[in-house]
Design a protein around this ligand. Structure first.
Ligand SMILES: [Zn+2]
Length: 109
């Protein structure tokens, strides 16, 4: 498997990554046995097209996630809140969650 795909798989949603792995298994497994040359080529072509599709979708999702990060605590997107802070551990937290934490802390005092 090439490095680019490997790298992408590691960042993809579990579901997408699972489908790609299944398709790749299909490419190299016995699913092509018993097919004549033309049928095998068609099958391979279909599998490659499907992989490309999923790969493109995953890349789009990754890009969107980078430009519009999601709060790790409440799952709101950056575009839906006033502020989004990023921690040094690459966690995102929105102003709503910060305010909620602050209120909790005040109650404790
Ligand atoms: Zn939040």
């Amino acid at each position: 498997m090439d490095e680019r795909l490997q790298n992408l798989l590691s960042k993809m949603d579990m579901e997408d990554a699972k489908v790609i792995r299944l398709l790749l298994d299909n490419l190299s497994s016995s699913s092509l046995k018993g097919l004549n040359q033309g049928e095998a080529e068609n099958r391979l072509e279909a599998i490659r097209a499907r992989i490309k599709q999923i790969e493109a979708k995953a890349l789009r999702k990754l890009k969107e996630r980078e430009s519009n990060p999601v709060c790790n605590f409440c799952s709101l997107k950056s575009s839906e809140v006033k502020h989004m802070l990023k921690s040094d551990k690459n966690l995102f937290i929105c102003n709503n969650c910060i305010e909620a934490c602050y209120e909790q802390l005040q109650k404790l005092q």
